[in-house]
Design a binder for this molecule. Structure first.
Ligand code: FAD
Length: 452
């Protein structure tokens, strides 16, 4: 049994799953988490924040034997329910394949589940309400306080799983001369609201869909919770048309929802309170390099690669980090953390860059392309290909449902397919294929073009 010691800063989604993996392999794991123990904490003002968990995340949970327990607190979402300004709804399945769906899961419940499991191991010590403010990256040393006393712990490896604003990453940036880090923020922020349950756990709108109210420069989405409610997220620019800065007064909020979301407004009885009480969150992409320092400190999850949420992949990518981490560790006969961290970074960095870029593309696509005629034709054709053709995966499906394919491969293939299909749809004589045979001919055409 290996008794090396690992310090993990952050017991969020990535840090706690990684802790489980390391403790099972016999490492002595110490976890520092600035928040309270989620098992003891009442949900803050009853607010529930949920996330879309898809195949890459589930694959990592499966490797840790946690997928079944997670699925028990998931609500499958089989497609998008698009709501227009007239109140019309259109359901669009993710692919038409029965196995291709995503899952709505509460961040708090998932985190609690992972921490419960983490804490069952005798190899693990967790310090809650312990915010790490200082680390020594040369000594793999973490400074923390116990009661009023300042102490430190030395580890063989310190892992920064402390999210987008990572103190571990900021320390690396300060201390490593060739460390590059960029944080690129969007001109949009987000705010959460709630559609409460219809009573007795019943839902006011279809619970098996991810609801979207797309309005070009801004949009709203809603994901179901287990108790019958939906967490609603507004994505708006800070300034300009529909800017958060223009939605201050009760009347402005009312008018805005009446004009753009008339079907949604009556579903949110506490609209004014939710709007005024909930903060505006920032949306950004963090890219940095290197992800480790001499094999003594390593970044994982959002600390290494925070992305914008428009592909629903941030947590999934962070869980995929754990999957790859576990796999590489298992394959190495003797542990040299420098070599390990190089391998991990080499495997993950290009893929996390890819999903970061795809998520940004999606944000731009959602705003700029919704009215583009060829783009609309392409979307419609692609939906037919996925639903009634054989073996076609759109870029979204490659990213979301093909955990056997890396993000980078999915990006390259998906982008190429998009180009081929856009050119195909722009053709003068373009007509939608009608029979299965015609659809499969289009799929063959795409395959041939991809191989050119
Ligand atoms: C609006 C929004 C919607 C999203 N939707 C989705 C989605 O649908 N699907 C999806 O896959 N992803 C989604 N994401 C992304 C997802 O939330 C993140 O990618 C994921 O939480 C990353 O996990 P993590 O453990 O790396 O970081 P975090 O979840 O941020 O965890 C970091 C942990 O470190 C702790 N910490 C921080 N600093 C310190 C410190 N100094 N000392 C000790 N502890 C510290 C924090 O308290 C926290 O517990 C969304 C993100 C946003 C903002």
């Amino acid at each position: 049994m290996n008794k090396q010691s690992i310090g993990i800063v952050g017991a969020g989604l990535c840090g706690s799953l990684l802790g489980i993996s390391l403790a099972r392999k016999g490492y002595k794991v110490t976890v520092f988490e600035k928040r309270k123990d989620p098992r003891r904490e009442e949900m803050e003002s009853g607010r529930s924040i949920n996330l879309a968990l898809s195949d890459r995340g589930l694959q990592a949970l499966e490797r840790m034997g946690m997928a079944q327990a997670a699925k028990e607190i998931c609500i499958p979402m089989k497609g998008r329910m698009i709501h227009d300004t007239e109140g019309n709804k259109r359901f669009s399945p993710y692919s038409g394949r029965s196995e291709d769906y995503i899952n709505s899961i509460s961040r708090t419940d998932l985190n609690r589940l992972l921490i419960e499991e983490l804490d069952t191991s005798e190899n693990v010590v967790i310090f809650f309400e312990t915010s790490i403010e200082k680390i020594d990256i040369e000594r793999s040393r973490v400074y923390y306080t116990v009661g009023a006393k300042s102490v430190y712990g030395d580890f063989d490896l310190v892992i920064g799983a402390d999210g987008a604003g990572s103190i571990v990453r900021r320390t690396m940036q300060k201390e490593i001369p060739n460390f590059n880090s960029t944080s690129q923020f969007l001109s949009h922020g987000y705010k959460e609201l709630e559609i409460p349950s219809a009573g007795k756990g019943q839902y006011k709108i279809d619970k098996h869909a991810l609801h979207i109210w797309p309005r070009q420069e801004f949009m709203i989405i809603a994901l179901p919770n287990m108790d019958g409610s939906f967490t609603v997220t507004m994505f708006n620019p800070y300034e300009g048309k529909a800017g958060f800065n223009e939605l201050d007064e009760k009347q402005e909020i009312d008018q805005y929802f009446d004009a753009y979301f008339p079907d949604l407004k009556p579903l949110i009885p506490e609209l004014q309170d939710d709007y005024n009480n909930n903060p505006i969150g920032k949306l950004g992409t963090v890219k940095c390099y290197p992800w480790h320092h001499k094999g003594r400190v390593l970044l994982v999850g959002d600390a290494a690669h925070a992305i914008v949420p428009f592909y629903g992949q941030g947590m999934n990518a962070s869980f995929e980090d754990v999957y790859v981490f576990d796999q590489i560790l298992e394959e190495m006969e003797t542990i040299d953390w420098g070599e390990f961290c190089e391998k991990f970074q080499e495997s993950r960095k290009p893929n996390c860059d890819a999903i970061a870029d795809l998520a940004l593309d999606n944000f731009i696509e959602m705003q700029d392309k919704v009215d583009d005629e060829d783009f609309i034709k392409k979307r419609k054709l692609e939906m037919k290909l996925e639903q009634d053709g054989e073996g076609y995966y759109s870029k979204y499906s490659l990213v979301t449902f093909r955990e056997d394919m890396s993000y980078k491969e999915a990006m390259i293939k998906g982008r190429k397919q998009d180009e081929i299909l856009l050119a195909y749809c722009a053709h003068d004589q373009f007509e939608y294929p009608t029979s299965k045979q015609e659809l499969n001919q289009v799929i063959d055409y795409i395959k041939n073009k991809l191989n050119e």
